[in-house]
Design a protein around this ligand. Sequence first.
Ligand SMILES: [Zn+2]
Length: 105
Amino acid sequence: MDLEKLQLKCECKGMMKKTQLKWKGIEVRGWVCSKCKEELIHPEDAQKALNIEKARKKNALKVKLRKVGKSNVVTVPIAIMESENLKDGQQLEWSVEGKKLILLP
Ligand SMILES: [Zn+2]
């Protein structure tokens, strides 16, 4: 089932429109009702957010910069590898937004 193309209707009969939500401090895809503002989180992203939250509680998302040769290396926590389906050898690209460092697959 392709949830992206699904036209969702809220219980109040309002139309749900696609949006980005913040859940547990994590950006997730979802829908918001144009009438009652009820929010619905994309089930895939809900699962991701739960995994990331679990890892965060165990401090498993904290990594240290380590020097390897002339570069600095950061490790990618397993929770992120799994939630983002990252593979060994995959290319990632750094991006900087304000104070945030972003790794783009
Ligand atoms: Zn509604």
